[in-house]
Design a protein around this ligand. Structure first.
Ligand SMILES: [Zn+2]
Length: 214
């Protein structure tokens, strides 16, 4: 590096704030780039940047040196991470895959260097949450002596998974059967669950009508 390095605060200008105003805020790293004043370029001898790092996504002056002894073994180890601009695959919102976050992924968590970040932090959390809902549903499903309370929880899980587009309305009959099996003990909860199911049913009917029209 040549010349005097600027401090982070000198880079986060009004222009930067405007540019990144719509970016998804990360609870740990925030919304704005973390300027380090480091801007190394590939020389393929001492400096290897990530193969996927395209100039249009790379945020200048944000490089963080990698610790190669902590990276999982790769043919071309990455010697510097940069803050990278990304668009979330699920919600289409822009976000930054931070250099510090990459260091955490590849050096603390042991992720393979090719592992990429394609979703914003909110969608990643949601994905994990949905995976847990699905796992929970499977556990209820395989439990042959479910209590009425567990049956209610199973219906709730199933409705959530339909609402999130993981399950389809093919589950409708099963959901109705489950609700009917416990409606005497839990009349009020069952009425609420049926209401959710009926909303999903009417959404499905509207969608079907639209499909027929087009
Ligand atoms: Zn997202």
């Amino acid at each position: 590096m040549t010349g005097k390095k600027k401090k982070t605060s000198e880079y986060v200008t009004e222009k930067t704030r405007k540019e990144f105003a719509s970016y998804v805020e990360h609870p740990r790293y925030g919304r704005y780039p973390h300027y380090t004043g480091e801007n190394p370029q590939n020389d393929y001898v001492d400096i290897h940047l990530h193969w996927r790092l395209k100039p249009e996504f790379c945020i200048a002056n944000t490089a963080v040196a990698a610790d190669l002894s902590r990276q999982s073994e790769a043919l071309f180890p990455v010697t510097y991470y940069y803050d990278e601009k990304r668009i979330c695959r699920d919600c289409d919102k822009p976000f930054i895959f931070f250099a510090q976050e990459q260091k955490h992924w590849y050096e603390d968590l042991g992720f393979f260097i090719d592992a990429d970040c394609v979703r914003c932090i909110h969608c990643r959390k949601k994905e994990q949450w949905l995976a847990r809902q699905k796992q929970r549903y499977d556990e209820f499903f395989h439990n042959t002596d479910r209590t009425a309370d567990e049956t209610l929880k199973m219906v709730d899980c199933c409705l959530t998974l339909i609402e999130e587009g993981i399950f389809t309305m093919k589950q409708e009959k099963q959901v109705r059967t489950l609700i009917n099996s416990v409606k005497e003990q839990y009349a009020q909860q069952c009425a609420q669950l049926l209401e959710r199911l009926n909303i999903l049913k009417s959404v499905e009917e509207i969608t079907d009508e639209e499909k027929e029209k087009s």
